[in-house]
Write a protein that binds this ligand. Sequence first.
Ligand code: ZN
Length: 420
Amino acid sequence: MPLDPKRTVSELRELRDLTADHNGAQRVAWTETWLKAREWFQAKLESLPVEQHLDAAGNRWVTLPGASPEALLLGGHLDSVPNGGWLDGSLGVLSSLEVLRRFASEFNGRPPITIRLVDWADEEGARFGRSLFGSSAFAGTHSIEADRGRKDKDGISLEEVLRECGIDMEHIGDAASERKNASAYLELHIEQGPVLEQMGLPLAAVLGTKGVERHAITFFGQEAHSGSTPMAVRRDALAAAAKLALEIRPIAARHKDAVSTIGSVKTFPGIVTAVVGRCEATLDQRDLEPAVLAAMHRETIEASERFAREEGCTVTWSRIWNIEPIPFHPELIQLCREAISEVASHKVPNEIPCLPSGPLHDAAEVSRAGIPTVMMFVQSLGGISHNKIEDTKEEYIELSVAAFDRLAMKTVAWIQNRGQ
Ligand SMILES: [Zn+2]
């Protein structure tokens, strides 16, 4: 049975029909619809010579044992955000399934090394605000303390929901045992951004996931009456924040792939008749290079202090969250580029594009655990994701499955050569 990328497209459609309503995909982790999607997926495995189980964090592992216990991991996530798209995550799982089938049939059920498919549990963190749940347990970066108190918007605790799904929060770290014999991890994902479409290209190798610096910035000025306070003497906290909101553009533009966002601004007292005395803003900055991220952060602090002075205000910073950039494996990036050029040579130039990923992915956690990792991106139409209009040309989905399969073959050879 050769690789059949058209089957992947039709299975993605089947899954969409099963789990979407008129607002989009509703496969939010730890809900009935998600469990239904997982059951549907399990039924797809029946005729395959595989072993499957859930690990201690709820990740589903499907193993096709090979001549060697060394394992190539392939994966994605069946969970979605509420009102999500039909490809985010599920393309990774269903393309991996197709590749697994190809290995099973080509090698009569026993490939040279072990092939394992993983459906990560709760990549999106949509219900409890904890992204990369299953993959971080696998990677050993998970902290139970932070998760113990998590509740959804109806006040139901994560711990309770996990228990209903047969998962004991105290033991989710045991998922780390799945790392045994893991030699490499590959993930195919939609880009979720507009870059490949702008370049007119179907596929790219992913260099890694960008590091993130997330901060709360507060400007303090003086609340004052909007009628009686002359313009020249105002200490307007919003004016300082507004200057910063524009300045982050040239700061980011000094660095090639850097992005910087002020996503929220609150003013106090926040009434129509008062100069703003306090302004709270949030900042999210991302880049693949630690030095670039640090420079952008420093330049933004300096700018905020300058604008505070200009407006007679003061400014304070406090870190909300950060994560370092996570580069993927250079040799696997190269294999990914070769796979793309071999399968899609008619569609791509000589120089196969490499992109950093702005969003985080399960692959970042796997890479953090020290397992050689790479991702492949396929173009997203309009760059839209986490939305029911998320889409990719069918022709490109098929091409991506073929290129991903080629990458899997190359990686098996790479693992075998490395072991010699
Ligand atoms: Zn995803």
